[in-house]
Design a binder for this molecule. Structure first.
Ligand SMILES: Cc1ncc(COP(=O)(O)O)c(C=O)c1O
Length: 337
């Protein structure tokens, strides 16, 4: 039986754990002999056109990158000043700010189990870079559209909305890029299309911001295989949409089952679920208990996160048999420890 599989279960990085379409892998393999050639580079015209069609914008609004981590890195260099970061969140906003020598203002947004952006007027006036992760990693929380608009109107600096989990949330503020010249959206092919290892991301913004980002990016930032993959992968949208639906069902079931066990699982709009335990001691003990049973997860203090304590564990959503085993092991922990 599948649920009796003995393999190690990796639920650490939030990547796409399902197989890629076989035909896609075959198509991509045919491109391998041509890796002696450079990618198009510079303008990346065809790639930008393809990404623009997918995102529903113009080519001039698109800036392709080597994974969306590179959007974070380039943006942090292109808009010097102060970075406003809503913790707990993805660690790379802090890491890129540090590498660029930007002072950081970390604002705690998780209060009484509710993740709510609560930047002050003064913080929004001072920051050159305002981060919003929608849905937020690791809480999985959606930031309401009205809140994003409110921040766009009040912020003096650039507002970056990280939509790397857009395909799970199904909502975007991309329609606002013409209206708000201080909006940059970041997207990825890692979590949704299974290309984490190939590294492909992109920024969406007003053309004048795209030009500014280009001043800080390398000429050949996107590799040739990633460039080819973008055009091919988008032909398999039906396949991916089916898997996104499945991941969402498996995720919501996991939240229900963990809550039934008496732990606190946050509702999630992404491909992971955050669980809060009684205290750091219990968080670390559960993490260790899972690991000893070949289930690998991320505990709060790991460097994937900014401002998350060890009483939290994040589970990436895998296949149903994997999540069934998580529930089985958590049940054992809860009742037989
Ligand atoms: C919120 C968030 N943004 C960006 C990234 C970077 O993704 P990638 O560089 O693979 O596109 C991650 C990866 O974990 C993430 O969780």
């Amino acid at each position: 039986m599948k649920s009796e599989k003995k393999e190690k279960i990796f639920l650490t990085q939030s990547y796409f754990k399902y197989p890629l379409p076989v035909e896609l892998v075959e198509e991509l393999s045919k491109e391998l002999p041509a890796i002696n050639q450079y990618p198009s580079g510079g303008e990346y015209t065809e790639l930008r056109k393809n990404l623009a069609v997918y995102a529903g914008v113009k080519k001039e609004n698109v800036f392709p990158t080597n994974g969306s981590d590179e959007v974070i890195e380039i943006v942090s260099r292109a808009y010097p000043g102060e970075a406003l970061i809503p913790i707990p969140t993805f660690s790379q906003y802090e890491a890129s700010a540090d590498r660029s020598g930007l002072p950081k203002i970390l604002v705690n947004c998780l209060v009484h189990r509710e993740y709510k952006i609560n930047y002050s007027e003064e913080q929004l006036e001072r920051a050159s870079l305002v981060w919003l992760c929608n849905p937020n990693n690791p809480t999985g929380t959606k930031i309401p559209r009205e809140k994003i608009i409110d921040i766009l109107q009040r912020a003096k600096g650039m507002v970056v909305v990280d939509e790397c989990n857009y395909e799970y949330l199904g909502e975007t503020v991309v329609d606002l890029i013409d209206k708000y010249a201080n909006l940059i959206i970041s997207r990825s092919f890692s979590k949704n299309f299974g290309l984490a290892g190939l590294r492909l991301g992109f920024a969406l913004s007003h053309p004048q911001n795209i030009e500014q980002l280009a001043n800080f990016g390398q000429y050949f930032r996107v590799n040739r295989m990633a460039e080819k993959a973008a055009e091919k992968v988008l032909k398999y949208l039906d396949y991916y949409q089916g898997i996104w639906g499945k991941i969402k069902r498996v995720r919501d079931k996991l939240v229900r089952e963990i809550n039934k066990l008496g732990f606190y699982a946050y509702d999630s709009e992404a491909n992971f679920v955050l669980v809060e335990f009684k205290d750091e001691e219990e968080g670390k003990a559960v993490w260790k208990y899972l690991r000893e049973r070949d289930i690998y997860t991320l505990v709060g203090g790991e460097n994937e996160f900014s401002g998350l304590e060890d009483r939290f564990i994040r589970f990436t959503i895998g296949e149903d048999w994997e999540m069934d085993r998580v529930v089985k092991v958590l049940t054992e922990y809860q009742f037989y420890k």
